[in-house]
Design a protein around this ligand. Sequence first.
Ligand code: FEO
Length: 412
Amino acid sequence: MKAIQISSGIYSIHADIDDKNALFEGFWPLPYGVTLNSYIVQGEKTCLIDLFKEWSDSLAQYEEQLISIGVKLEDIDCVVLNHLEPDHTDYLRELRRRNPKVQIISTEKGVAMLQKFFGISENLRSVKTGDTLDLGGRTLTFYETPNVHWPETMMTFDNESEILFSCDGFGSYGSLGEKVFDDEFSAEEHLKFEKECLRYYSNIVASFSPFVKKAVEKLADLKIKVVAPSHGIIWRSEPKKVIERYLRYAGYNTPGSGQDQGSSLEKEICIVWSSMYGYTKKGLDAVIEGIKEIGVPFSIHQLPQTNFSFVLADALKSAGLVIAMPTYEYKMFPPMAHFIDLCGRKHITGKKVLRIGSWGWVGGAKKEYETSTAALNWEQGAQIEWQGIPSEETLKILKEQGKDLALKIKNS
Ligand code: FEO
């Protein structure tokens, strides 16, 4: 793998993590891999922007690319750390071992974290929005973008090439291979990346949607020619596309007020279901019949068979939710309880919801469900419960409820 030139004196270096057992943040599956992008920016001085962590064979990939452009670690003058999460900073220990004089630049909060994370107290510079770094022949400007993803996060702009180094922001799951630019991928590949982008956003960024909007506002006056994130595709042909995509995603759980309320949500329904013996599933089939009659698109995920990471992506974007689960020992079916807990943590808010499910000897899911979803701003429709196998009468009601929810979504 070779380093790729983005502009005169600017190179992308990336490590593809293609280990199918790898988990992002130790939690989220990566069936299509992920990249860790870093950038070399050369003026009279040489600067590295964001690093990587040793993961799979990332170290070998990274060092091979540095060698391919003739950059030695010992020659790097400064390193800009837009974000302190270890997927972008872990390599700092090796870099400092081989080049103890390297200057490290981050926000004030980032510098404080560096001291705590790595015990570093020398050659640090803290920067704030508008501060610059003169590399000799080119100047970098810094923009604090807190909470995209951690509180210390910033983005870096190269004024000469008009490249924005955005770290987690505008990033995606999915490894890149030999191609890195948006115009190098086919429509089919873009479709895959877009799905992985939404999944990444729902897993990693969704909790911070208001801050995504603020960051985009802050950058609005910049003429951005290239968006270069630290995960995923580098956008040189259509940089606006990924910025607008992120704004759309941010709107999924931070709707505007008044008439804009919820308007950015997709007119789709995300069905999340669990069933112990097929009795809840039988009831769900009637709901699906009703949804199909109205013709609203839907996604469907069974728990625990589907990883929560994928369910969150569809749940975030969809205006409607169907939660189908049996009562389990007086409470919610445990995998569904976990999903609803994740909805709270990831701010999956503002949905129109239908909840259904069967119970064996006594109910109980309803009470726990109502408590667990109280803070989610979900517009709760009917909650239909039944004992054992749903009767013909119950199935008719369930079909009507499916139609009712679908109509609400269609007309929203
Ligand atoms: Fe890619 Fe928040 O680290």
